[in-house]
Ligand binder design. Structure first.
Ligand code: FES
Length: 81
């Protein structure tokens, strides 16, 4: 694991791509610490981190987010006006 000084000297910031109603795609390798302290490690070039918490492979996305209905885009939008 890198310390704070090593991160400060990194030539490129780590890129995280946020997908609407989907995962965050993080350039790897990466460690994710879950709320119970479990550390998940991915050494892949890029990994999708689950933001919906429906993944059976949490914290990694397993595409379960695709099964949920689209989020309301604004107040009253889903009220059948
Ligand atoms: S974001 Fe894909 S399963 Fe949660």
């Amino acid at each position: 694991m890198q310390n704070a000084d090593e991160y400060a000297e990194s030539p490129q910031p780590r890129r995280i791509t946020v997908e609407r109603d989907g995962p965050m795609v993080v350039e790897g390798p990466v460690e994710v610490v879950t709320e119970d302290g479990t550390v998940a490690v991915s050494r892949r070039f890029a990994v999708a981190v689950c933001t919906c918490r429906r993944s059976a492979a949490y914290p990694w996305c397993d595409t379960s987010h695709r099964a949920r209905p689209p989020r309301s885009r604004g107040r009253g939008e889903d009220r059948g006006r």
